[in-house]
Write a protein that binds this ligand. Structure first.
Ligand code: PRP
Length: 185
C-alpha cells in the first residue's frame, strides 16, 4: 500500500513550525487572560483536536476543556449559512470567558453561525483562535475574523494536524498541501 505521505505535494507548516507558533499563541492568550476569570476553551471536533490539545498545554490558565461537533451547510444554497449542532457543550457558558479553538476558517460560515449561537448564551466574552485562516475562501456577506491566528494561508487544499480530506490525513504531524491527483481522481 502507498504511504500516506506520498499523497502530500509539499509541507506548508512543519511540525516544528506548528509547535513554535502554537506555543506563541498559548503565551499570548495566557498574557491576555491571566488576570481574568478561568476560561472555557472549546474544541470544534474533529479538525481542531490536535491544535486544541497542543494549545491547551501551552496556556498557563485555569480552563474548562469542552467539545462541540457542528455541521455546516454553508455551501448548500437552500440552507445557506446554517450550522447544526451535533454535539453540544456539557457546560453552561453564561458569564464565562469563552474561546473557540478552530483548525481553519475558510468560507467562515461555521464560525459566524456558531458565534451567533453561543452569544445567545450570554458569555462574559467570546473569542476565536484559529490555526489557519484562508481569507480567500470567505463567502460574501460572511464577516468573521479570528482574534488569534496561527497562519494566514493561500487558497490551497491543506491536510494534516487535524485537517482531513475524506476523513483521512488528520494524523499527519504537519500541515501539507494535498496532491491534486488525490482529490481529482
Ligand atoms: C472544517 C473545519 C471548520 C470548518 C471551516 O470542519 O474544521 O470547522 O470546516 O470551514 P468554513 O469556514 O468554510 O465553515 P468540517 O465541517 O470539515 O468538519 P471536521 O472538523 O470534522 O473536519
Amino acid at each position: 500500500m502507498k504511504r500516506m505521505e506520498e499523497d502530500v505535494e509539499r509541507i506548508l507548516h512543519s511540525e516544528q513550525e506548528l509547535k513554535e507558533r502554537v506555543r506563541e499563541l498559548g503565551k499570548q492568550i495566557t498574557e491576555d487572560y491571566k488576570d481574568d476569570e478561568p476560561i472555557v476553551l472549546i474544541c470544534i471536533l474533529r479538525g481542531s483536536v490536535m491544535f486544541f490539545a497542543d494549545l491547551a498545554r501551552n496556556m498557563d490558565l485555569r480552563a474548562n476543556l469542552e467539545f462541540m461537533t457542528v455541521s455546516s451547510y454553508g455551501n448548500n444554497a437552500s440552507t445557506s449559512g446554517l450550522v447544526e449542532i451535533k454535539k453540544d457543550l456539557d457546560c453552561n457558558i453564561e458569564g464565562r470567558n469563552v474561546i473557540i479553538a478552530e483548525d481553519i476558517i475558510d468560507s467562515g460560515y461555521t464560525l459566524s453561525e456558531l458565534k451567533k449561537i453561543l452569544m445567545t448564551r450570554n458569555p462574559k466574552s467570546l473569542k476565536i483562535v484559529c490555526l489557519l485562516d484562508k481569507p480567500e475562501g470567505r463567502r460574501e456577506g460572511v464577516d468573521i475574523k479570528p482574534d488569534y491566528c496561527g497562519f494566514t494561508i493561500e487558497n490551497e487544499f491543506v491536510v494534516g494536524y487535524g485537517l482531513d480530506y475524506a476523513q483521512m490525513y488528520r494524523n499527519l504531524p504537519y500541515v501539507g498541501v494535498l496532491k491534486r491527483s488525490v482529490y481529482e481522481k
